[in-house]
Design a binder for this molecule. Structure first.
Ligand code: HEC
Ligand code: HEC
Ligand code: HEC
Ligand code: HEC
Ligand code: HEC
Ligand code: HEC
Ligand code: HEC
Ligand code: HEC
Length: 501
């Protein structure tokens, strides 16, 4: 009976043609009848979703028509092989019905098989290039890079465990998926697992839906129900999927803000960030290609790390990349040392000479066979410098990178000194090295490289120095920790000496 009522409602609603969107559609690209059905119910259920989609480019143009634009202006990189799919605007059905055979989350919904999650692999039907490149971005591997690295799991356990105090010591139990989803995996990405089905009541009758564990999540390395990695929505939130959002720095700030990874804080207090804040109303954030000088006068995160940029004469300054690492010569984020960029984005496959999954030995020697060579480093720096040189003279740019390289060396040197002290502490049995992160003194050492060395380096890379290099979690706090480690070791040695007497 409920099914019949539902069908009647749909037929009733369908008798009113959905016309709002047609008016804004100047490209003569029709909405598919399937999508019109979705809109009938979902415009009452989820007006937020429908309006958002209406404002998007997807609601206004078919892939076929979008593909007629010149190469530099195109916003699609592939055409669906199904000709009907390519000739209608990209509506609810066009995205939610792709590759259903590969999706553990596919389900029958009003006579159509659809997926709840639209994955990078689904987007690749029309955006193949972006998907291919993103699969080489370190971000798309963020789940395994964390969860399949034994050293990092020890680190995680010291932070996210349920901790019990028994027999004078702590017992860690790091086995809570809900905590993980709320903590590390919020950014790194969860695993989406279909665990069964549930029935929900609604104004339109009863419906059956898959139950998805690990959802919601928009982490950059999310493992999807079709096995693909990442969530394009981490930078292009649904349902307007705009280039504008991705080009603005707030988008990146969701994950790049903490004291361990302060890229956003460094940027927003840099000269570039100041100019952006003061002039952003005058910028054009949706133009493709993005023209340096006409569309913006100081760069955002996207300009330096991702965007297709041209000069005012239409010459390409940088190709668009969803890989990001093709403009990065070093991995500044050091656990515990900065090093030349890894060859593979799967950092969990790297091992140092003592078999730990780290890109350097504890004495600072890099695991070179896993890292790019100097020639490649110079090439990547040149990619980045070409962008700087459209607004700066080459001497300004070159001097900036000379300082950055010096900061990489000096911040690593501080970390080596601190780690030498820590190695003595472990050697003498003053701390237990079975987990390197779960005692107070080990945390003092961790703060030094995780917060302070990383902060100093990011500040040099993206602010040309400044507060985050010195007093705001920078060198001042770094040297505090160094003095503390030395005195702590001396005190322990003294106490041991006294006991012997
Ligand atoms: C007869 C009404 C109706 C039609 C037609 C309809 N839906 Fe739904 N849909 C619903 C209801 C009701 C829900 C549940 C909403 C909730 O739980 O808040 C839902 C939920 C969903 C969800 C979320 C699933 C989840 O696990 O929460 C997606 C995705 C979805 N619909 C997509 C579509 C697509 C795509 C179409 C068109 C092919 C469509 N719907 C057509 C009524 C409809
Ligand atoms: C880490 C952030 C991030 C993620 C994740 C991301 N993008 Fe992007 N995307 C961007 C940025 C930044 C731009 C702007 C590039 C430019 O200015 O040229 C962009 C632009 C685009 C464009 C517009 C291209 C054009 O030709 O105008 C498309 C399409 C796109 N992304 C698709 C995707 C798809 C598909 C995925 C998932 C596989 C994805 N993006 C994941 C940041 C991201
Ligand atoms: C360009 C592809 C695309 C189009 C077009 C699209 N969706 Fe989605 N939809 C997505 C993605 C991606 C998600 C997020 C799923 C995730 O990654 O968790 C999503 C999520 C949803 C959800 C669950 C969201 C939540 O917060 O609970 C619903 C419901 C939904 N879509 C309905 C619709 C409807 C209705 C339309 C048509 C107006 C539509 N979608 C059009 C890609 C699309
Ligand atoms: C069936 C083809 C198709 C699918 C599937 C599809 N898109 Fe698109 N996408 C388009 C078209 C068409 C445009 C608009 C091109 C234009 O305006 O020239 C577009 C534009 C975009 C843009 C640029 C928007 C802007 O403001 O410039 C982004 C970002 C984007 N899509 C992301 C996604 C993501 C993420 C997914 C998957 C969740 C997805 N698309 C799925 C066809 C598709
Ligand atoms: C949802 C969280 C999230 C968002 C949003 C996000 N990132 Fe990331 N990003 C990460 C994580 C997590 C990593 C580290 C992955 C790893 O090491 O496995 C990362 C790594 C990076 C790296 C290092 C790449 C490398 O190869 O060394 C760069 C650069 C970067 N992100 C830039 C950006 C920019 C620019 C934006 C905005 C356009 C952005 N990110 C948005 C989570 C995010
Ligand atoms: C707010 C978002 C966010 C959260 C939450 C988060 N991270 Fe990260 N993580 C990042 C970003 C961003 C990077 C990359 C920084 C860079 O390259 O500058 C990263 C990188 C890492 C790396 C280096 C990975 C590699 O490829 O070598 C480790 C290890 C790490 N995070 C551990 C953790 C642990 C453990 C937790 C939880 C206790 C956690 N993260 C929580 C954003 C986050
Ligand atoms: C003026 C250009 C520019 C801007 C703007 C910019 N970056 Fe960077 N970024 C760089 C340079 C240069 C490096 C260091 C490159 C190297 O040594 O490999 C870097 C490094 C990074 C890293 C470190 C990756 C690693 O090795 O661990 C992250 C993460 C990052 N940027 C994110 C962002 C975010 C997020 C924003 C915006 C809030 C941003 N960047 C703005 C130029 C820029
Ligand atoms: C779109 C133009 C543009 C691009 C691209 C750009 N910058 Fe800038 N940058 C500026 C402007 C404008 C200023 C402000 C200069 C002033 O106030 O004299 C500035 C300021 C700076 C400063 C601040 C100096 C200070 O003392 O505060 C540094 C450092 C810098 N840029 C480095 C770079 C580097 C390195 C790159 C490339 C990775 C780069 N810029 C890319 C426009 C740009």
């Amino acid at each position: 009976m409920k099914k019949i009522i539902t069908s009647l409602i749909v037929i009733f609603l369908l008798s009113f043609k959905y016309s709002d969107v047609d008016k804004t559609n100047s490209n003569n690209s029709p909405i598919s009848p399937e999508t019109e059905e979705c809109i009938m119910c979902h415009s009452t259920l989820h007006p937020g979703i429908i309006k958002d989609w209406e404002n998007s480019r997807h609601s206004k143009i078919s892939t076929f028509n979008a593909n007629k634009k010149s190469d530099l202006e195109k916003r699609v990189s592939s055409i669906p092989s199904d000709s009907i799919l390519s000739k209608v605007v990209v509506g609810c059905y066009e995205c939610h019905s792709l590759n259903t055979d590969n999706h553990a989350d596919s389900f029958e919904h009003n006579g159509y098989i659809i997926n709840v999650v639209v994955s990078p692999n689904d987007c690749s039907v029309c955006h193949n290039e972006e998907n291919e490149q993103y699969s080489k971005n370190i971000m798309s591997h963020a789940y395994a890079n964390l969860m399949e690295n034994k050293v990092y799991l020890d680190f995680k356990a010291s932070i996210t465990s349920d901790i019990k105090f028994e027999d004078g010591s702590f017992h860690f139990n790091d086995n809570n998926d809900l905590t993980d989803a709320d903590a590390c995996l919020h950014c790194h990405g969860t695993i989406l697992k279909v665990t069964g089905k549930e029935t929900r009541e609604s104004d339109f009758g009863e419906f059956e839906f898959p139950i998805i564990e690990g959802w919601p999540n928009q982490g950059v390395g999310r493992i999807n129900p079709d096995g693909s990695k990442g969530a394009c929505t981490s930078c292009h939130p649904r349902h307007d999927f705009s280039i504008e959002t991705a080009r603005k720095p707030y988008t990146c700030s969701q994950c790049h803000k903490g004291p361990d990874v302060p890229a956003y804080k460094v940027y927003i207090s840099s000269k570039h960030g100041n100019i952006y804040n003061s002039d952003k109303e005058k910028y054009n954030f949706s133009n493709v290609p993005w023209v340096i000088g006409n569309d913006f006068v100081a760069p955002t995160c996207a300009s330096c790390h991702s965007s297709l940029l041209t000069d005012t004469e239409g010459n390409v300054v940088a190709e668009r990349t969803h890989q990001f690492n093709d403009r990065l010569s070093s991995r500044l984020f050091g656990v515990p040392y900065a090093h030349p960029h890894p060859i593979s984005p799967e950092t969990h496959l790297i091992t140092n000479s003592s078999g730990m999954q780290l890109a350097a030995d504890l004495d600072g020697t890099p695991a070179s066979e896993f890292l790019i060579n100097e020639k490649e480093q110079v090439e990547r720096d040149n990619e980045m410098k070409q962008i700087c040189n459209k607004c700066h003279s080459s001497s300004w740019t070159d001097n900036h990178f000379i300082r950055l390289n010096d900061v990489i060396k000096s911040s690593n040197a501080y970390t080596i000194t601190a780690t030498e002290l820590m190695l003595k502490i472990w050697e003498k049995g003053y701390a237990d090295n079975s987990n390197l992160f779960d005692e107070n003194i080990e945390r003092q050492w961790t703060d030094l490289w995780l917060f302070h060395s990383n902060s100093v380096r990011l500040s040099a890379a993206m602010g040309g120095g400044g507060d985050y290099g010195v007093f705001a979690n920078g060198r001042y706090q770094l040297t505090n920790k160094l003095f503390y480690l030395k005195e702590w070791l001396e005190n322990k040695d003294n106490m041991k000496g006294k006991k012997k007497k």
